[in-house]
Design a protein around this ligand. Sequence first.
Ligand SMILES: [Ca+2]
Ligand SMILES: [Ca+2]
Length: 307
Amino acid sequence: MGKQLFGIFLIVISYASFQAHAANVVIGAPPDGEGNSNNTIFFNNLLNRYQQLYEADAFGGHSGYIDKISFRPDNPLGGSFSESIQLEVRLSHTVRAVGGPSSTRFSNIYAENIGSDETLVLSGLIELSSDGTGKFDITLKLDEPFYYDGNSNLLLDMVRPQIPRPSTTVFDSVSLPSPYSNDTARLSGSSQLDYGYRDTIGFVTEFHFIPPDSDGDGVNDELDFCPNSYTTETVVIRGCDSSVINVVDETGCTVADKTNYCEEAAKNHEQFVSCVAALAETLTEEYVIHPWGKSSLVKCSANNCLE
Ligand SMILES: [Ca+2]
Ligand SMILES: [Ca+2]
């Protein structure tokens, strides 16, 4: 009976629903189309402070953790390069917008654009390069992913603490025909000053969202057959801590998920203990748990708590 129940568990998890995928969101131009402008601001000239505002609408409702921000060389003005740049990158949700009343409009004073949750997402000597073929291969890989909420405007704020001019390339950019009616705007200048030059050119930018992992077990939702795993450190059965490490398998299911399934599926206590015993046997044979863990799980399921 136990083995039957455990078999049913495997069938059930095979029908688990799939959820959101990793995604790239490109702002300023179609992913395969060219932005209508280009620029060398910040990454290829003396200006060492740069802010770019991205309107929420441009994300198309996409939310999640951003782990990479990428740019691409302009076609035809850009090309291949490799350069090391001292860089600080900050992100924040901002109430500022490309248009709107002056109190909320993207300011020419840097500090006024920064949101209250400003986060230093990248800091240090960054290797930037491109093979010059037009891909989004000029990538800022963030030290820590930043959660974007999907309905706020996003501010990218970058500083090069060291003055020497970097030598990269011409970046693909978007220049908007109407100053205050579109998706992006930039503010650039010197980090020595509180204010910069504001316009509606911006880098065509690709934001990479990592796939969500709702239960935090290290298996992305799209691959996770148990999207709401029990993730205690050890397997606890009806309040009895078995001390067995609660291993997560490649399908995103933990040992505790499986013992819990036994509990849900069993019609009586005997079936439950039998199911856990079969499970423990399988896990031992597969070297998922140590042989002592087998008896520990069974004892817990039988309400014979260990001590
Ligand atoms: Ca997961
Ligand atoms: Ca899981």
